[in-house]
Design a protein around this ligand. Structure first.
Ligand code: HEM
Length: 591
């Protein structure tokens, strides 16, 4: 054989081997994984494992069925039959989530989150020291006192959304008059169709987030807003089941050939540009503000006074700039003032006419009352338990080897505790190796009958009067649910940083919308869940609507304006939950 031919042959073999090496490594890793000893459902496809049947798991009880058949800890199959651990065992979950830096999100999950919206350097996607640093910087912006100062923005947003619905409802029926543009004069018999509410509601979620960072309100109503269009592109391409997507998980070079990548890149560029503009604009304003304080032209920086002072970005920029002792002291001062203001407000509440004479103060007291309203609180807890917007999360073991402990006392009602392997041997620790993938089924744990009782899948706010003691084992940040992930981290905390934000915002939105609008669902309307970055309701019976319509995030509440019904139907499941106004929201409405 000629030497050039030989070289060409060797080069070709080396190239093929290089291209296949990732694949071969994956096969070897999967074959050696101790997870292959565990039980689990049959694998319907060599190539896709159980992934196809899992695609609609938000709308069926697949994980619960697997749990009933194989116990709380088992394996399912991923790409080319690789074993992935799935566990609803609270002890195992606490170990995995509690050691967040040894069990990070797998590379393909981070890449997909980054591509959607989070960016490669965002808090949601970075790991290790970079995460620790970002979390430390961001934490002050999510403190209770700061969230309290942000509530006017939530109220403004809630009112704005309500007005958009009023407006589109009136437009849909051609009944809009100058008068009907105002809240009080919307015709009572106008019905907002899902389609008419669709575009405004679709735009609402991502843009409302930006408002928290100081983005202008007009974006919510302007159809041609470039940021709204960018979000539209990103959200419409999220989570579509394609073989190519699975291949991109394991062969990163294929990620270059993402569909719509040109459009996506432009959408990302728009988001980035507007984000940077916002930062620049806020930085200028904060620096100017501080210059005035230092020159004595104005008093102490009081973050509560202006919209500028209240948005998250300004707080972050301030905390980045706040290095002098003088400014640090002002935080204590602000706390003292806030405490004194609270006392004053409680007193003023006793006076009639406060809403008219001092609407802002009234709003603040109202917010306080809302957060203490027991029944509203139960509704929110129960909605978040049954309808966690993030239905599962994935982790990968980065320790060379580890043994994940499992409950010794029959987690989820199993006899004898532990978990059974393929040979019927009882294990009290699950051996895993580096790169083994783990799924934490948040929704299944939140709805587990073993942990929550026989009626676990029913929407029952009253359960919160006395939650079952078995549910206390769930290592959740909030209400013994995993909705916001872990509450007892050992090394690294990847629990939701914004959960208090979400809770108060949900209450304000519920209050505002329920106060002014009546709701019902037509019997023919079928609502299911659809994952588009987060899980949102989707009108299955009206597929022409495409994307989810008329949705209040994050409560997962689908609403439609109706005539004269005196009841409110809250759609939190495929079945309806009829809640008579006097019992469901009376406390909130009569504050
Ligand atoms: C009902 C509403 C919300 C739910 C159910 C929710 C849930 C979650 C969950 C489950 C995670 C962990 C994701 C994972 O590691 O797989 C998370 C992380 C996070 N959430 Fe939320 N979230 C909500 C609202 C918010 C809000 C309002 C904010 C901010 C204003 C926020 C900011 C974040 C951030 C920054 C992280 C990343 C934290 C980290 O990795 O250190 N979330 N959230």
């Amino acid at each position: 054989m000629e030497s050039t031919t030989l070289y060409t042959l060797l080069l070709t073999i080396a190239l093929i081997f290089y291209l296949l090496s990732g694949f071969i490594r994956l096969l070897v890793r999967q074959a050696l994984s101790p997870l292959s000893l565990l039980r689990g459902p049959p694998c319907p496809s060599f190539f896709m494992g159980n992934l196809m049947e899992m695609h609609d798991q938000e709308n069926n009880n697949l994980v619960a069925e697997w749990e009933a058949a194989y116990g709380s800890t088992f394996v399912y199959r991923g790409f080319i039959g690789g074993c992935r651990l799935m566990t609803t065992d609270p002890v195992a979950v606490a170990h995995i989530l509690g050691n967040a830096y040894d069990y990070p999100k797998p590379d393909f999950v981070r890449d997909s989150l980054a591509t959607m919206a989070a960016g490669h350097d965002g808090l949601l996607t970075v790991e290790g020291d970079a995460h620790k640093r970002q979390r430390k910087i961001l934490t002050p912006a999510f403190s209770s006192s700061h969230i309290k100062s942000l509530t006017p923005i939530f109220w403004d947003s809630a009112n704005k959304l309500r007005d958009i619905w009023f407006h589109t409802a009136a437009q849909a029926d051609g009944t809009e008059t100058n008068e009907s543009k105002s809240k009080s004069s919307i015709p009572r018999d106008t019905r907002a169709s899902t389609s008419s509410c669709g575009s405004a509601a679709r735009r609402w979620t991502p843009l409302a987030w930006l408002v928290r960072f100081g983005y202008h309100f007009n974006a919510l109503t302007d159809d041609n807003n470039e940021l709204a269009q960018a979000f539209g592109v990103i959200f419409s391409t999220a989570r579509k089941f394609r073989v190519m997507t699975i291949l991109q998980v394991w062969f990163p070079f294929l990620r270059r050939f993402r569909r719509n990548s040109g459009v996506m890149i432009r959408a990302h560029e728009t988001m980035r540009r507007i984000g940077l503009e916002l930062i620049e604009e806020r930085s200028r304003a904060v620096i100017e503000e501080q210059r005035e304080v230092l020159s004595g032209k104005s008093g102490e920086i009081d973050g509560d006074k202006t919209i500028l002072g209240r948005d998250i970005l300004s707080v972050l920029i301030r905390s980045n700039l706040a290095t002098t002792a003088n400014q640090k002291m002002s935080v204590n001062e602000r706390k003292l003032r806030a405490a004194l203001r609270d006392v004053e407000r409680d007193l003023q509440l006793e006076h009639a006419g406060l809403e008219a004479s001092d609407p802002q103060l009234y709003q603040q007291i109202l917010t306080d009352r809302l957060s203490k309203c027991e029944y509203l609180d139960w509704i929110v807890r129960e909605t978040l338990r049954l309808h966690a917007p993030i239905t599962s999360t994935m982790r990968v073991c980065m320790r060379d080897e580890d043994e994940i402990p499992v409950s010794s006392e029959g987690a989820n009602g199993e006899h004898g505790g532990g978990c059974l392997d393929k040979n019927g041997k009882r294990l009290y620790g699950i051996r895993v190796k580096k790169w083994d993938i783990i799924t934490i089924p948040i929704q299944a744990i939140n709805k587990s009958q073993a942990l929550w009782g026989e009626d676990a899948r029913a929407f029952k706010p009253e359960r919160w009067a006395q939650p079952p003691s078995t549910a206390k084992a769930i290592p959740g940040l909030y209400s013994n649910t995993l909705t916001f992930l872990n509450g007892n981290p050992l090394d690294g905390n990847r629990a939701c940083i914004g959960y208090k934000f979400a809770l108060i915002e949900m209450k304000i939105f519920l209050y505002t919308l329920l106060k002014d609008i009546e709701f019902r669902q037509e019997a023919s309307m079928v609502i299911e869940k659809k994952v588009n970055v987060v899980t949102r309701p989707f009108v299955k019976s009206e597929p022409e609507l495409g994307e989810p319509a008329a949705i209040v995030h994050p409560a997962g509440l689908f609403i439609r304006r109706v005539l004269t019904s005196s009841t409110v139907l809250i759609v939190t499941d495929l079945s309806l939950h009829r809640i008579e106004l006097p019992t469901a929201v009376k406390h909130a409405l009569t504050i």
